[in-house]
Write a protein that binds this ligand. Sequence first.
Ligand code: 5GP
Length: 145
Amino acid sequence: MTLHDAYDPDNIFAKILAGEMPSIKVMEDDIALAFMDVFPQAEGHTLVIPKAVQARNFLDFPTEKVGAYMERVQLVARAVEKAMTPDGLVVTQFNGAPAGQTVFHLHFHIIPRWTGQNLRGHAGGQMADMGELESIAQKIRPFVA
Ligand code: 5GP
């Protein structure tokens, strides 16, 4: 049922947007916020979330906002690629718990991939060291400026 439930304004990403929870930001404007995933599946794992909208997932996100939001997703994806120089880059998004979604505010994952290196588990395991995440964010920020 998580695909069509009502938006929960107390979800973690809403709290990050409200400044009630900390995050390591790499890009922010009036359309979107991008920040480091605290359970990164690979070094440089970044999330891009839309602002000023209560959307649980891509299906209930207002169509007229898709273009501007996806421009930010692409901007951050290009920045992550330039900063991390991976061999490949996953840009992905899950809709509903059975699809793998665990936080119910729309977000795209940007995950660098290196040949021969397996992805770490999704949304779990050990939380990243905040100092390490900050130094990765410092590499990405110049490319979204
Ligand atoms: P989903 O499972 O909904 O596609 O992705 C949610 C993502 O948010 C996961 O990759 C998870 O690691 C990440 N995440 C969960 N809680 C937090 C948090 O408090 N801060 C940050 N920065 N990321 C989080």
